[in-house]
Design a protein around this ligand. Structure first.
Ligand code: C2E
Ligand code: MG
Ligand code: MG
Length: 235
C-alpha cells in the first residue's frame, strides 16, 4: 500500500492521504493498478484486495500518530464489486472495531465511472454512512452519474478527475468553476486530482477546490517513506 498526500488548497498542509494498492511482479517491479485492479474485479479478488487495503489503513491509523503527520482522515478506494456484497457494512465495521479505529477516519472513494447498480450502491452507501464512514465521489466528470444522483447520495466530497482538471487548465472557461460552486453550495467539499504544477494548483484553488492532490505535492509513497517525509516536515 502506498499513500499520496491530500493538501489543503489554502495552506498547502497535508490533511489527508489516499491509500493506493500496489503489487510487485516476480522481479520486484511495481505493476500498475490500471492493470491489476480491472483483473481483480473480473476474478473477484478485488474483495480480498480491498479488505487488505482497509486493514492496512486501519493498522496504520492504530500504529502511527495521525496528528503528528497532520492526517485527519485516509481515503480508501472502494470497488463497485465490493459494494455488491450485502454484508459489506458489517464486515467493514468489524474490521474497524478490530483495530479500534473510528469510522470518521476513513473516507471511502467510489468511482463514478463504474457505478452500475445505483439502487444497491445507494443502499450500501447509506448503511456505511450511518456507521460513520464518509463518502467521496472519485473521478468526477468522466463517468455516467448525473447531477440528480450526485445530489441524492450522501457524498461529502467530490473529487474532480484529472482529465477534467487538465482540460480546465488548458482551456479556461466558466463551466468547471460553476460546477464547483454548485457543489459547494450543497455543502460538498472539492478535491482536484492530477495537480502537477504550481500554476495548476493555483488555478484549481482559485475556482474553489478545497483540497489538492498530485505529483506537484508528492507522488504516492511507500507508507514508511510517507511517514518519514511528513513527520520530518512537520517537526
Ligand atoms: P484513483 O483512485 O483515481 O487514484 C488516483 C490515481 O492518480 C493514482 O494512480 C495516482 O498515482 C494518480 N495520480 C495522482 N496524482 C497524479 C498526478 O499529478 N499526475 C498523474 N498523471 N497521475 C496522478 P494509481 O495509484 O496508479 O491508481 C490507479 C487507479 O487504480 C486508482 O485511481 C483507483 O481507481 C485504482 N486503485 C488503486 N488502489 C486501489 C484499491 O485499493 N482499491 C480499488 N478498488 N481501486 C484502487
Ligand atoms: Mg481514488
Ligand atoms: Mg481519481
Amino acid at each position: 500500500m502506498f499513500f499520496q498526500p491530500l493538501v489543503n488548497s489554502r495552506t498547502y498542509r497535508v490533511e489527508g492521504a489516499e491509500a493506493l494498492a500496489r503489487i510487485r511482479d516476480g522481479e520486484g517491479r511495481l505493476v500498475s493498478p490500471a492493470l491489476f485492479i480491472p483483473a481483480a474485479e473480473k476474478s473477484g479478488h478485488i474483495i480480498e484486495l480491498g479488505e487488505q487495503v482497509l486493514r492496512k489503513t486501519c493498522e496504520f491509523a492504530a500504529t502511527y500518530d495521525m496528528d503528528a503527520l497532520g492526517l485527519k482522515w485516509i481515503n480508501v478506494n472502494l470497488s463497485p464489486i465490493q459494494c455488491m456484497q450485502r454484508d459489506l457494512g458489517h464486515k467493514f465495521a468489524r474490521i474497524l472495531d478490530e483495530y479500534s479505529v473510528a469510522p470518521g477516519l476513513i473516507h471511502l472513494e467510489v468511482t463514478e465511472q463504474t457505478i452500475a447498480d445505483f439502487a444497491l450502491l445507494r443502499h450500501q452507501i447509506s448503511a456505511l454512512e450511518s456507521q460513520g464512514f464518509s463518502f467521496v465521489l472519485d473521478d468526477y466528470g468522466t463517468g455516467y452519474s448525473n447531477l440528480t444522483r450526485v445530489k441524492h447520495y450522501p457524498f461529502t466530497t467530490i473529487k474532480l478527475d484529472m482529465e477534467v482538471v487538465w482540460d480546465y487548465y488548458r482551456e479556461r472557461d466558466n463551466l468547471l468553476p460553476s460546477i464547483v460552486q454548485g457543489f459547494r453550495s450543497l455543502g460538498l467539499s472539492i478535491t482536484a486530482e492530477g495537480i502537477e504544477t504550481e500554476e495548476m494548483a493555483q488555478a484549481l484553488a482559485e475556482i474553489g477546490s478545497d483540497y489538492l492532490q498530485g505529483y506537484h505535492f508528492s507522488k504516492p509513497l511507500p507508507v514508511d517513506e510517507f511517514v518519514r517525509t511528513y513527520q520530518r516536515k512537520k517537526g
